[in-house]
Design a binder for this molecule. Structure first.
Ligand SMILES: [Zn+2]
Length: 298
């Protein structure tokens, strides 16, 4: 039972770790896979870049739904898993964090530097002039443009996605860029059908190639956008360790897989490799030196 955890701790204690994190790390913060690739609670077809930019009605539906879902997203707080990653990073064992998540929770947890592969949902970009603004500001503008809209739509789903009928959508007013006067606004995240900017990908490959260990946290590695880093590590003989609930598409390349809740394993991992923090400094964690629920090696 604890054998897997011991091996995990030994490997991470050696340092030079690059973390690749995915939606599974944020589910304990109440965030579903918002963007969709790993398929958690995905009930709607994910928005593609092509549909967003070419179909005004689809864009209006997206913003109406997203406007309502945003406050759940904005309320989310980092969990013990994010905080443990930040400790490992500040403690010098983790050299870099690459995340597929768009929720900004690594940074909120205190990670000193994070590469946000798919961008951040709390930033908005103008497709016309490139000006970037905060989602908070857009949220204010959308609320002003749509007085009473929130109250009319009662059915906010717990996963932050929202059911809207056509009448609700038809009455929703989308706002445009004020900087250039009319440019189309888009959340600064990578949609389906869109590619991650090449310099960002190159930077990530560089980080992975310099790693001693690639540690995948909470990603099923379904999409190539993340899986390619596992493939690159494997090709270069860099060991890959995967901590995730459920199987992943990278398991065949992994030196070790740990199937367990990240919010329990990661604090225990940080305690084991860095020493336990002073009592009371880690709120909400009841984890002992060995986490419950760590699966036996397969
Ligand atoms: Zn603009």
């Amino acid at each position: 039972m604890t054998e897997t955890f011991d091996v995990l701790a030994q490997r991470v204690a050696g340092g030079g770790v690059v973390v690749l994190s995915g939606a599974g790390l944020s589910t304990e913060s109440g965030i579903p896979d918002y963007r969709g690739p790993s398929g958690v609670a995905r009930r709607h077809t994910p928005m593609t870049y092509q549909t967003f930019t070419r179909d005004p009605l689809a864009r209006r539906r997206y913003w109406a739904r997203s406007h309502l879902g945003w406050r759940l997203m904005a309320r989310a707080e980092p969990n013990d898993g994010h905080r443990a990653v930040a400790r490992l990073q500040r403690g010098g064992l983790v050299d870099a964090v690459i995340t597929q998540n768009v929720d900004g929770l690594h940074t909120a947890a205190g990670s000193p530097s994070v590469v946000e592969l798919h961008g951040r949902l709390d930033e908005v970009a103008c497709l016309g002039c490139g000006n970037r603004t905060s989602r908070e500001e857009l949220d204010r503008r959308l609320r002003e443009a749509n007085p009473g809209f929130d109250a009319r739509v009662a059915a906010v789903n717990p996963d932050g996605d929202v059911d809207l009928d056509d009448a609700d959508v038809a009455g929703f007013r989308v706002v445009d860029c004020t900087f250039c006067g009319g440019g189309m606004l888009k959340p600064d995240v990578v949609f389906f059908g869109e590619t991650v900017p090449a310099p960002r990908v190159a930077h990530c490959f560089d980080l992975v190639e310099r790693a001693r260990l690639l540690l995948v946290l909470g990603s099923s590695l379904t999409v190539m956008s993340g899986r390619r880093f596992v493939l690159r590590a494997a090709k270069r003989g860099i060991p890959v360790v995967i901590v995730n609930q459920g199987v992943t598409r990278g398991d065949g390349y992994a030196a070790l897989t740990v199937d367990a809740p990240l919010g329990r394993v990661l604090p225990a991992l940080a305690d084991r490799t860095l020493g336990a923090p002073p009592p009371g400094s880690r709120p909400g964690s009841g984890a002992g030196p060995v986490p419950a629920g760590v699966a036996a090696p397969a």
